[in-house]
Write a protein that binds this ligand. Structure first.
Ligand code: C5P
Length: 315
């Protein structure tokens, strides 16, 4: 047989994109462009949004699942914007329907919106069979938001710049986490602005405002794979700001540590709290106790690192 090429064209593509936690988040002073230089260590966790794209006359986005009611299904949605920038790159019309099935808490400090954008980029590139390499996709991702490149990258990574410049971090084994979900979200710009305010007032001695340093001890602990070594090194410069805006989180953090977690931290800009546990069984026990303590809207057990956004189904 010659001259016959069979090309299987999918009518839909589904991508699974992970949540993230920042094991270290060092925040520099406010820049002139409104951002802050960061030094951060991201880890992708096994809590996912699924993003399905199909060819359609009009570009639209439909969100269902956890917190869907508070997601704007319009042109401001990061997944919608991802489809627009990829269509511009490919010089085609962005006729697509995007369905998002959410498990990552909305406005929870776990980069759920960024995961949706990363997922949409990968899904649309696959549906249209675009010849776009990882570096180009990452550049488009960075234009959409500071955490979107990590949604593509996954694993464990050191982020600098706005958080969009990534290098992989050696992390041995699997880390076990419990996530305490909070009622209501926190807006990322509001939390960064609160940190600036605290620093201006010097109200918080634990929010130093110099250039952040690389967390070398944490990087060594991650390479060792020992959660007991990692736990005391978890650090988040945004935590005092998130706690100032949502004081109830102090109780959540305390409760997690009292129930046997090795360490606890506000995830990114919050309000989700992330607890590192010794192993899977301990995470299940901590989750059960936290759920009973009434200090969280819900609890999830997750592990990391997991891969970045990847195709899981062709329809
Ligand atoms: O990049 P992204 O759109 O996700 O950022 C949302 C907001 O978070 C920014 O407008 C800014 O207020 C704040 N931010 C920051 N410094 C960063 C990342 C985000 O101040 N490195």
């Amino acid at each position: 047989m010659s001259g016959v090429s069979l090309s299987v064209v999918s009518s839909s593509v589904t991508v699974r994109a992970p949540a993230k936690v920042n094991l270290h988040l060092g925040v520099g002073p406010l820049r002139k462009d409104g951002y802050h230089d960061l030094i951060t260590v991201f880890q992708a966790l096994s809590l996912y949004d699924d993003i399905t794209v199909r060819q359609d006359p009009e570009l639209s986005v439909h969100t269902r699942g956890d917190g869907a009611a508070s997601v704007a299904d319009d042109h401001t949605n990061l997944a919608y914007r991802a489809a627009v920038v990829l269509a511009e790159w490919a010089n085609r019309a962005a006729g697509l329907s995007i369905d998002i099935d959410k498990s990552i808490p909305v406005a929870g400090g776990m980069a759920g919106g960024s995961a949706d954008a990363a997922g949409a980029l990968v899904a649309v590139a696959e549906l249209w069979r675009l010849d776009i390499d990882r570096a180009e996709l990452s550049a488009l991702a960075a234009g959409l938001g500071s955490d979107v490149p990590f949604g593509l990258h996954g694993g464990t990574a050191l982020g600098t710049g706005r958080g969009e410049q990534l290098v992989p971090v050696l992390s041995r084994g699997e880390f076990h986490w419990v996530l305490a979900l909070a009622d209501g979200g926190l807006s990322t710009p509001t939390v960064f602005a609160e940190l600036d305010r605290l620093r201006e007032n010097r109200a918080a001695a634990d929010t130093p405002s110099g250039d952040p340093a690389r967390p070398d001890r944490l990087l060594a602990a991650l390479a060792s794979g020992d959660p007991h070594a990692v736990a005391p090194l978890l650090h988040n410069d945004l935590q005092p700001a998130a706690l100032g805006l949502k004081p109830a989180l102090r109780r959540t953090l305390r409760a997690g540590l009292e129930t046997g977690a090795l360490g606890g931290i506000v995830s990114g800009s919050g309000p989700t709290c992330a607890f590192l546990c010794a192993d899977h069984d301990s995470a299940v026990a901590v989750a059960a106790e936290l759920a009973g303590a009434g200090v969280a809207r819900g609890v999830r057990v997750a592990s990391g690192p997991v891969p970045g956004a990847k195709v899981i189904d062709h329809g």
